[in-house]
Unconditional design. Structure first.
Length: 328
């Protein structure tokens, strides 16, 4: 297994990551560039060769001795142990960095075997990424039948409340969403990595056919709020939303999410990720709202770490654990 790190043009990198299952927006070129511009991260993009064949890819974010690979590496399952071993050799061994990896892996037994085979260790016992996926390959009627009764009742009331929906990726719609979202973050005093500044830069970097999509609810001339989705491959993921109090009173949030599911299905997407749904970490109201859609839950195995012994790495690990604990 040979690791190669170099500058990859946007189209070449995005074509490479699209070859592998488990792709998320986090491993795309534009996402990392937005992180570089708004968060001060450096980016290293790696491919793993086995002869003439490329067995895997990994987009790494670097900052002050930390190397973070989130939702990667992307590879065939049989190559994962060898690729993790090579990442550890290069970053933790040669570069003396603190390597933190959140692999696309849901099998706990497989994780234990990988830790033993590669010398990585679990980073923390905090809950790992959990969400649910709605299969868009069936009919709209079949998807609607999977809705829980309470969710379906709320949607029915919203559909009879005279709401209309605008959707797209044009600048006025996106600016309206950012305005709603900034207000929500300020009112609720919420902290998130999906800041309005990051979303704006990310949107500007994305090509027209992959831009973030806004769905906006309107009644008469009143805007009731909007939600934002990211498109990648044949899938789509819910990123965030901001619906007004007036909108929630008439279930505009149900209306928006259902319209998004239907329109994304019509556009040819095959899977709709609800963008985070953890019984312990997600606020109860949001968790039950998403659970009501009847999606297929999944949970990844969490982060694993590898690093050499040094004061700097000890401080990095301590800081990461304090941050993780504070945000549980």
């Amino acid at each position: 297994m040979e690791l190669e790190i170099r500058d990859f043009p946007r189209d070449e990198w995005n074509e490479l990551v699209a070859r592998f299952d488990g792709l998320s927006p986090i491993q795309t070129w534009e996402y990392a560039e937005a992180k570089r511009i708004t968060g001060g991260w450096k980016v290293a993009r790696a491919i793993f060769r086995n002869g003439d064949r490329i067995d895997g890819v990994a987009q790494c974010l670097l900052k002050r001795g930390l190397v973070r690979i989130n939702r990667g590496p992307l590879c065939e399952d049989a190559s994962l142990a060898a690729i993790l071993t090579e990442l550890k050799r290069y970053w933790a061994g040669n570069k003396k960095a603190f390597l933190l990896v959140a692999p696309v892996l849901a099998d706990r037994a497989r994780k234990d075997a990988l830790l033993k085979a590669t010398g990585f260790s679990s980073f923390s016992d905090r809950p790992s990424w959990s969400s649910a996926i709605i299969d868009l390959t069936g009919s709209e009627a079949a998807i609607r039948r999977e809705l829980r009764q309470k969710w379906r009742n709320c949607l029915n009331r919203a559909e009879h409340a005279g709401l209309t929906c605008k959707f797209g990726n044009d600048e006025p719609l996106f600016a309206g969403f950012l305005s709603d979202y900034r207000r929500l973050l300020k009112e609720k005093r919420l902290r998130t990595g999906l800041t309005p500044e990051f979303l704006k830069v990310w949107q500007d970097l994305l090509p027209e056919n992959s831009k973030l999509v806004v769905f906006e609810a309107i009644r008469g001339r009143e805007r009731l709020g909007s939600i934002l989705l990211a498109q990648y491959g044949r899938s789509v993921i819910y990123l965030c939303g901001a619906v007004s109090a007036a909108g929630k009173q008439i279930n505009a949030n149900y209306f928006l999410l259902w319209r998004a599911i239907c329109e994304m299905k019509r556009s040819g997407r095959r899977a709709f990720d609800l963008g985070g749904m953890d019984e312990k970490l997600t606020p109860p109201g949001i968790f039950h709202f998403k659970a009501g859609l009847g999606g297929r839950p999944y949970q990844l195995v969490g982060e694993i770490e590898a690093h050499g012994r040094s004061l700097i790495n000890s401080l990095i690990g301590l800081g990461l654990r304090i941050y993780a604990h504070a945000n549980n």
